[in-house]
Design a protein around this ligand. Structure first.
Ligand code: B12
Ligand code: SF4
Length: 481
């Protein structure tokens, strides 16, 4: 079977504007079927939005099946258009969707009739069965069309031992120059799946059915060693796990193993919770020794009422303590903050914006609470009739999508104020001239991103003054080139 796995494009939002990381989902799927199929990987991010040309391009490979990874709301519309463009040209090519967004919106994705099947949940075993049998009937975890009707096969059990998953087939996507932040190459590694917490705005818990499953430390190190060998460039290895700090002992073991490798020019990023790090200073010390340079922390808001009602359940003390620990170990704090949580008042929104520069974060990312499918926020908004927006191309994570959220103009003004305060602070400006510590390097890189963002806003403003229609492309395109 000739198979193409596609990482689609769409709206470029959020982190997408800061760095481009390899499409681990399709690389991992490819590994699970490459022995039984002729697999091609295509990453369309940053390659424009001409679906017709993209469909033509895919069809030159003469595929029997095309799998599209639909993990994100902002990739939804483009992916469906791509499926339709392929089907118009070649109705016999089977189109399969997978990923978070496809899993939680199976019906909606299939109804237009351009998609033959959706794989719900993690894909390795399900997809292998599909490729082996060449069809969908009886394959647990699939929804598919049979005689014009959608059939939902039963759910597939979760993979018990994640060490059974083969390492991602990175070699099938050889041109990796584009996966970078500043001068560093970025490679993702998944060391665990799921999260046991219950944040209302997150879909990860439901996707992995409330469970957290780790790979063994040996297995994680095998993937790291492979990258150290095959990628001789200055690089960032990004642990994509939603909550890398779920098992702090395991995390420390991984750090100790990394230290033994003595890998110069390799830096690590991960996503962790402040409640875990604040309690474990010795772990943060090991992270520093292992060259962790940025930790993504969901800090959301200082308003205790909202931290509780959103299920985040962290405290401002934990936030401040964690950032202090990270800095003491030359590790940057990448804080993500949320405006527009249900129940937020204007006063709360101001409190969040005023809080951001006081935390000392080295990267600030502010998003507007967005009801992504699979999250409790989405279910509640639908139930209570507060969902305002159903056009997935409007899910840019900086716009209001639910009743009760501030208008876009006000939200933008609040976000811009916070960004200016963080990136024009004395601390940031001094970092331009200071010595080469990891923190200063990270701040300099982020200052560069900040400048390209300002440039982007200015150009847009000038274009609208002179009456030019249409928005300019996102700064990400500039960073890529
Ligand atoms: C790494 C990551 C990123 C990276 C890179 C993403 C990338 N290269 O794919 C970066 C940092 C750039 C990023 C950015 C953002 N992300 Co992100 N990201 C993730 C994260 C943590 C891990 C993805 C990953 O690599 N997993 C490991 C691989 C192996 O798993 P996978 O991709 O899920 O693939 C498996 C299955 O989904 C399935 N599958 C996937 N595709 C396909 C296709 C087929 C054909 C089949 C059969 C199966 C299948 O099988 C695979 C193997 O089991 C996920 C959360 C998560 N746990 O998935 C969020 C997640 C995808 N991101 C999310 C969000 C919101 C964002 C941002 C908007 C954040 C922000 N505010 O800035 C931006 C914008 C992204 C955009 N434009 O799409 C949401 C999306 C929710 C939604 N429905 O929209 C998620 C689900 C997290 C969450 N719940 O909040 N992200
Ligand atoms: S936001 Fe983070 S801590 Fe909360 S449920 Fe999602 S992955 Fe877990």
């Amino acid at each position: 079977m000739r198979l193409i796995l596609v990482m689609p494009t769409g709206l470029q939002v959020g982190y997408d504007a800061y760095f481009s990381s390899s499409p681990l989902g399709i690389e991992t799927l490819a590994a699970s079927v490459r022995d039984i199929a002729d697999v091609t990987l295509v990453d369309l991010r940053g390659k424009g939005h001409d679906v017709e040309a993209h469909a033509e391009g895919l069809l030159t490979h003469k595929p029997d099946m095309i799998g599209i990874s639909m993990n994100s709301a902002s990739h939804t519309k483009y992916s469906l258009l791509l499926a339709a463009a392929v089907k118009r040209r070649c109705p016999d090519v089977k189109i399969v969707l997978g990923g978070q967004q496809a899993t939680f919106l199976t019906q909606e994705m299939m109804e237009p009739g351009h998609v033959d099947a959706v794989v719900r949940g993690e894909g390795e075993q399900v997809f292998r069965e599909i490729v082996m049998s060449g069809g969908f009937e009886g394959v647990a975890g699939v929804s598919w069309y049979s005689d014009g009707k959608i059939v939902d096969e039963p759910d597939r059990a979760l993979i018990e031992n994640l060490d059974d998953i083969l390492p991602p087939a990175r070699d099938l996507l050889p041109n990796r120059e584009r996966y970078r932040v500043g001068k560093y190459r970025v490679e993702g590694i998944e060391t665990s799946r799921g999260c046991a917490h219950h944040c209302s705005f997150c879909s990860v818990r439901n996707f992995h059915r409330g469970r957290w499953r780790p790979k063994s430390v040996q297995r994680v190190m095998q993937e790291i060693d492979e990258l150290l060998e095959t990628c001789p460039y200055p690089k960032v290895i990004y642990f994509v796990d939603d909550n890398f700090s779920t098992d702090v002992r395991r995390m420390e073991e991984i750090c100790r193993e990394i230290v033994k490798r003595n890998a110069h020019d390799t830096f690590f990023w991960c996503q962790a919770r402040v409640d875990a790090l604040a309690k474990n200073p010795e772990l943060v010390e090991w992270m520093g020794k292992a060259h962790f340079t940025a930790v993504l922390l969901g800090l959301e808001t200082p308003v205790a009422r909202l931290l509780k009602s959103s299920g985040k359940n962290i405290s401002v003390d934990q936030t401040m303590r964690t950032i202090e620990l990270l800095h003491a170990n030359d590790i940057g704090a990448w804080g993500t903050f949320t405006l527009g949580l249900p129940g937020e008042t204007l006063e709360d929104a101001h409190a969040t914006v005023d809080f951001i520069p006081t935390t000392g974060v080295d990267v600030a990312q502010i998003t507007v609470a967005t009801p992504i499918p699979g999250s409790n926020l989405y279910d509640e908004a639908k139930e209570q009739g507060t969902l305002l927006v159903t056009d997935w191309d409007k899910y840019d994570f900086t716009s209001p999508t639910m009743k009760g959220q501030l208008p876009k103009k006000k939200l933008d003004a609040l976000m811009h104020r916070a960004y200016l305060k963080v990136y024009l602070s004395r601390r940031f400006l001094l970092s331009m001239f200071k010595q080469q510590t990891n923190l200063h390097r990270l701040r300099r890189t982020m200052f560069g991103v900040f400048l390209s963002w300002i440039w982007f806003l200015l150009k847009n403003r000038v274009r609208s003054w002179v009456g030019l229609k249409g928005k300019l492309s996102n700064p990400r395109q500039r960073l890529d080139t």
